[in-house]
Design a protein around this ligand. Structure first.
Ligand code: SF4
Ligand code: SF4
Ligand code: SF4
Ligand code: FES
Length: 761
């Protein structure tokens, strides 16, 4: 920082050089002066209602709220004195006047900010003897329980809902002493992220799925990475006695790039881990058409290895295919590729991800934008995609960049997605014409063709170009899975095309799965398209190892059965998808039971940590592969240690060179993988391919006018989320229960026959 940007502030007699414009409460805390607060929440609009953060500032008449004060040069501040403490104790006494003091039965007891500050700053003696303003507990949704009496009206919840989620689903109602936080009609129809629960400093908003099940101090907290989308939220898995009880991102446990943010899947989608339907033992179908029969590990490994060996001997190495899911850890995907290339030497290996990032990474012309970059970007261009539903943390960062950072958002989309409300420019195109948008941006000569196909005016793309060319500060291009490979290659080169003074041009793909990026990195350039391997009808593939059911990642539908090879080996948590066709099923450990890493859409390599022992007889996918390799005569030498696998990744995968687990231990300081940056390339071939595709597009076609409802992707049931009764209720339309006081799970029977679309991610 330039010396001229620094000013001098004196706090409790000590001098500090601080940045011009710094907020006093932050400066005090950064320098270890403890300031109590309830309503202040960094990166949210100011509320200034609790008056706990009082300080004395020389030459100012009264005590001041440090959360609202911007430091000025020469400011002299006192944070501790009898006068300040007396005021803070009085504030707490008022806050507790109506508070029930039922900490022994409150789920938040033990990690409640009100409880802690009362111990530190309170009088610990109640002088109010009047009746408290009692209100009954109730549910606001399948996920959110509410005890309105405990509310201190700090309004963190309403601000988070508005500013992070863009939903305004909860608000303060009534007046004065009767003010309560509530929702329109009493029932919450929102994305059910639970961030209002997370930021609530008291036990007013509570996790309805974990209610009264455990006390915080009984839980072992394990910092890990979410297993759903590619945003890679850092979270704390709270476990007790081998059971995963809850997931939070509370900052006392985790300090990751998502702060206290999680979405509905990350926060509430974990009960599949200890679900009773988890596969308990390896299963063998000895005869085609027979039943799957429980077997020992030794027997199942031997049976599988013998059959794989037979297939390779009889039909050649390429008769065996290996397909890994983008949901697996880097360690498991790396071992799958090692098995394919070093043990069997088959050319047929792939990731079951319909959105292949290979063209993007092969042409990557600039750095990947981190979520921090998005939050502080000045211009964001989103082509296709729907981050609010498929990458919710990215959605939240975009919203805050616009609302709190003044960023310009440009959206080119065939669906009027909710984020368009935040956009400075929304270009509404016809479905399936996203490639045309890329063509028009990259090649002005194609603007009129592309605009005609997109159903827009040529001036629309000129308008986008103008905004982009004027951009100062970070300019970020994001794109969804609608783009073809050739169009992705062009976007990957945008940092060269749109380079300019005073700005960085960054890229942020929107992959669909938690480890889509890692899967690309681990499988390398030799990987095939999974659809080509799974739905190949020439019968050249006779056996296939499938780690993670590809149906879960939208590769292949019900019609793939006739093309499937005769000998399928499946690693899974549940019997589902293609398990009726599998000859061997191995119980695979879930993300909560393994050590490993995922790589998110920032390119961050993030630790996955074992919170509980693997349930039943499951083991990590990479270990299953290593056991099979050993049976076939190749010892990987990893000796049950995921860190040994990762060490080899650090030695052999160039972008991960030198990485080791100890270097990844601090989630507040994540490590970005070093994807090779390509020099500016001649894009003539890719432009020609895209132009040709655009010419082929029909001139007809209607635009989609309807904005899809909140949760239309988030609440779709996948194999993991369908094991969560509360998410099943959401998928069934979030029905309102008869009474809000009793858990909706006891009041609503879910219609098993309900037709539902499978989740994309
Ligand atoms: S769950 Fe999320 S969207 Fe719903 S009210 Fe709470 S913060 Fe708002
Ligand atoms: S519900 Fe919680 S976060 Fe919301 S105003 Fe009340 S105490 Fe604050
Ligand atoms: S935004 Fe993505 S990574 Fe974060 S909690 Fe939700 S699903 Fe998990
Ligand atoms: S934290 Fe400053 S008034 Fe609440």
């Amino acid at each position: 920082m330039d010396q001229s940007d620094l000013i001098k502030v004196t706090i409790n007699g000590r001098d500090f050089q601080v940045a011009k414009g710094a907020r006093l409460i932050d400066v005090c805390r950064e320098n270890s002066f403890n300031i109590p607060s309830f309503c202040y929440y960094a990166d949210l609009a100011l509320q200034a209602s609790c008056r706990m953060c009082l300080v004395r500032i020389e030459k100012m008449p009264k005590l001041q709220t440090s959360c609202t004060i911007t430091c000025t040069d020469g400011m002299i501040v006192t944070t501790q004195s009898e006068e300040i403490e007396k005021a803070q104790r009085s504030m707490l006494e008022f806050l507790l006047a109506n508070h029930p003091l039922d900490c022994p039965v409150c789920d938040r007891g033990g990690e409640c900010e009100l409880q802690e500050l009362t111990f530190d700053w309170g009088n610990l003696e109640e002088r109010f003897v009047e009746h408290k303003n009692a209100r009954p507990e109730k549910y606001l949704s399948p996920m959110i329980a509410n005890d309105p009496q405990r509310c201190i009206l700090c309004k963190r919840c309403t601000r988070v809902c508005d500013e992070w989620m863009g939903e305004e689903a909860i608000e303060a109602g009534n007046r004065g002493a009767n003010t309560v936080i509530g929702t329109f009609g009493g029932w919450l129809n929102c994305s059910q992220c639970g961030n209002c629960i997370e930021v609530c400093p008291t036990g007013t908003l509570l996790d309805g799925t974990y209610r009264h099940q455990a006390r915080p101090w009984e839980l072992t907290q394990t910092v890990s990475t979410c297993n759903y989308c590619s945003d890679g939220c850092q979270m704390s898995l709270g476990s007790r006695g081998g059971e995963l009880m809850r997931v939070v991102a509370r900052d006392r446990y985790v300090n990751g790039h998502n702060g206290e943010f999680l979405c509905v899947k990350g926060r509430f989608g974990h009960p599949f881990v200890n679900h009773e339907e988890r596969i308990r033992t390896p299963l063998i179908r000895y005869k085609e058409g027979g039943r799957l029969i429980p077997a020992t590990w030794d027997e199942a490994i031997r049976f599988t290895a013998e059959n794989l060996d037979r297939v390779v001997r009889e039909h050649g190495n390429n008769a065996l295919a290996v397909v890994g899911s983008p949901r697996l850890t880097n360690e498991s995907l790396y071992c799958l590729r090692k098995f394919a290339t070093e043990v069997v030497q088959t050319e047929n290996y792939a990731v079951s991800d319909t959105f292949s990032l290979r063209p993007f990474f092969e042409n990557l012309g600039g750095q990947l934008a981190t979520h921090h970059d998005i939050r502080f970007a000045k211009t964001i261009v989103l082509i296709g995609g729907e981050p609010e539903e498929l990458q919710p943390l990215t959605g939240k960062q975009i919203r805050q960049a616009v609302r709190n950072g003044g960023a310009k958002l440009i959206i080119i989309n065939s669906v009027p997605i909710r984020l368009r409300e935040q956009a400075a420019k929304f270009v509404h195109i016809k479905p399936g014409t996203e490639d045309a948008a890329v063509l028009a941006l990259a090649d002005t000569g194609s603007n009129s063709l592309a605009s005609r196909k997109m159903g827009i005016e040529t001036g629309d793309i000129d308008g986008v170009r103008k905004l982009v060319s004027e951009a100062q500060g970070d300019l970020i291009f994001m794109f969804g899975s609608e783009l073809s490979g050739a169009a992705q290659s062009i976007v990957a080169q945008f940092p060269h095309l749109f380079a300019g003074d005073g700005r960085r041009v960054l890229l942020h793909p929107l992959p669909l799965f938690n480890n889509s990026v890692g899967a690309h990195d681990m499988m390398g350039g030799g990987a095939k398209q999974a659809t080509d391997l799974i739905a190949r009808d020439d019968k050249s593939i006779r056996a296939m190892i499938v780690a993670g059911d590809p149906r879960l990642t939208s590769v292949g539908g019900d019609d793939i059965a006739p093309q499937l090879p005769e000998f399928i080996v499946l690693f899974e948590h549940f019997l589902s998808g293609i398990s009726p066709y599998a000859r061997v099923v191995f119980p695979a450990a879930s993300y909560a039971e393994v050590d490993g890493t995922f790589t998110n859409n920032d390119g961050f390599v993030q630790r996955v940590r074992k919170a509980i022992e693997p349930v039943h007889q499951s083991i990590p996918d990479w270990m299953i592969v290593a056991r099979l390799a050993k049976e076939l005569g190749v010892d990987f030498g990893f000796e049950r240690s995921a860190s040994a696998v990762f060490r080899e990744i650090g030695e052999r995968v160039p972008a991960y060179a030198g990485l080791r687990y100890p270097l990844l231990k601090d989630e507040s300081n994540p490590v970005q993988v070093k994807h090779a940056i390509a020099a500016q390339r001649d894009l003539a071939n890719e432009l020609e391919t895209v132009r040709h595709g655009v010419e082929e597009l029909s001139d007809e076609g209607e635009k989609i006018l309807h904005t899809p409802p909140v949760g239309h992707e988030l609440f779709k049931l996948g194999t993991l989320t369908e094991k969560v009764p509360q998410i099943r209720l959401l998928a069934a339309g979030n029905p309102t229960p008869e009474t809000f006081a009793i858990s909706p799970l006891y009041q609503i029977t879910i219609d098993e026959n309900l037709k539902r679309e499978a989740a994309i991610a």
